[in-house]
Design a binder for this molecule. Structure first.
Ligand SMILES: NC(=O)c1ccc[n+]([C@@H]2O[C@H](COP(=O)([O-])OP(=O)(O)OC[C@H]3O[C@@H](n4cnc5c(N)ncnc54)[C@H](O)[C@@H]3O)[C@@H](O)[C@H]2O)c1
Ligand SMILES: [Zn+2]
Length: 413
């Protein structure tokens, strides 16, 4: 037998820029990032989320004027392609195929660019199309939701849902650049402004206690979507995600340990079961609450820390219970999560705020207790709201039942 072994490494680097009004004629963010390609003029196919196009009808004209103002460096291959926004874009391969077909019809080459503007779902689908057409056309992402700007849009994952599984088809492919334009947040519905805050809470919990403290202190401002607070938390969250990709030693997630998937095993199943009715960020908030409760009940996390986590999520406005949790097949959800990650089961839990620990076996009955506690907490808070609509809660009080927050920790499984 003869074996030839060859090894090589590839270095990836991409900028994540923060700006406002990226398509103002005087804004040079896009042309500056394109300069890195070292080409005289760049050909672009703009792929646009229908939700963004609807919320900001003047955007198409601004894109046209911007390209015209920079015509020495930019060329539109065609009018922007509007694709269905939200999970509908990922639920089958049709939008990916439309993008791939356009790449072929327009004669775009591997030195052309797809400029994808949208929420996490559109970016995931457009990224998959870009990575597969011609085996990879360069992709510039312009994330347009809180979650896309602080998480989905800045990473290296692309994909769509298939065969009833979330993100079943996809690839790891770093973008050429990411441009986070805070002005996109102005047209977002409250629900989508809020959803991404859960990813900031998640990354703070597993990586950065000081960030958690700042989120906790700013919870009233976050609940009101105060622009400066939102922008600071998006930047810090994006930075933490990027640092993880760059320094974890596992950017393409070959190992079984995935600290940034804290709160995600239940979240993925909830999203599946709701067929996209529950937003990713909303499901993650519930997943964080359950994993934090479990961490506390197994004696890993102090009850005061649990109290603060649940208080933050609730006061930002997340609903921490959904009826789909009641009948969820938890062992199956765990199996699917393990299968998607590969290797042994590895669930990130908390042993303090900012400190994560991997757990390889879970006691499912304890999760059921957690679900029951969240359901009871939600019922109690609804009842209280109805009885006492005018009375404001004291600053540090949670709407959860005291027993849920201060119950004795359960023994470790
Ligand atoms: N690739 C990754 O690393 C990664 C990470 C986290 C989440 N995700 C994926 O991201 C998706 C969720 O993304 P999301 O939370 O951004 O939601 P989303 O993409 O589903 O968008 C939510 C809604 O907002 C609309 N919208 C988007 N931008 C808008 C704007 N500026 N103004 C008005 N409406 C706008 C969309 O049309 C849609 O209706 C999920 O599919 C999830 O799996 C991917
Ligand atoms: Zn997530």
């Amino acid at each position: 037998m003869t074996t030839i072994e060859q090894s090589f490494s590839a270095c990836y680097s991409f900028p994540v820029c923060f700006t406002r009004d990226a398509f103002a004629p005087s804004n040079s963010t896009l042309t500056d990032v394109l300069r890195r390609a070292g080409e005289r003029s760049c050909r672009l196919l703009v792929v646009l989320d229908s939700g963004v196009a609807q919320a900001d009808p003047a955007l198409l004209e601004r894109i046209g004027s911007h390209v015209e103002a920079h015509r020495d460096r930019l060329e539109l291959a065609a009018a922007p392609l509007i694709v269905r926004g939200g999970e509908a874009c990922k639920n089958n391969g049709s939008e990916v195929e439309r993008i791939q077909a356009m790449v072929g019809q327009l004669g775009m080459c591997r030195h052309s660019f797809i400029l994808a503007i949208g929420g996490g779902a559109v970016l995931d689908a457009a990224g998959f199309a870009a990575a597969t057409a011609h085996r990879g056309i360069r992709l510039i992402r312009m994330p347009s939701t809180t979650l896309a700007q602080n998480d989905a849009g800045v990473g290296v994952k692309n994909g769509i849902n298939a065969f009833g599984r979330k993100n079943f088809l996809g690839c790891f492919a770093p973008p050429f650049a990411v441009i986070n334009d805070f002005n996109f947040l102005q047209t977002l519905a409250p629900r989508d402004l809020r959803a991404g805050i859960s990813e900031a809470v998640k990354v703070a919990l597993v990586r950065d206690a000081a960030f958690f403290e700042s989120l906790y202190a700013a919870r009233a401002k976050l609940a009101a979507f105060e622009a400066g607070t939102m922008e600071n938390s998006i930047m810090r969250c994006a930075k933490l995600h990027l640092e993880h990709i760059a320094t974890s030693g596992d950017p393409f997630e070959s190992g079984s340990s995935r600290p940034l998937d804290f709160g995600h095993w239940v979240a993925h199943k909830l999203e599946d079961l709701s067929s996209g009715e529950i937003r990713h960020g909303e499901a993650v908030a519930i997943g964080i609450a359950l994993d934090a409760l479990y961490s506390c009940r197994t004696g890993l996390l102090g009850s005061e820390d649990l109290h603060r986590i649940l208080t933050l999520l609730q006061q930002v406005g997340f609903n921490l219970y959904h009826r789909l949790l009641d009948d969820m097949d938890l062992p199956r959800a765990l199996r699917e999560f393990q299968e998607h990650l590969g290797g042994e089961l590895s669930i990130p839990l908390l042993k303090g705020i900012g400190e994560q620990v991997e757990c390889h076996e879970l006691a499912v009955p304890l999760y059921r207790e957690g679900i029951a506690a969240l359901a009871a907490g939600t019922r109690k808070s609804r009842k209280r709201e109805t009885m006492d609509e005018q009375e404001e809660l004291p600053d540090d009080e949670t709407r959860h039942s005291g027993s849920l927050l201060h119950g004795e920790p359960c023994p470790a499984p």
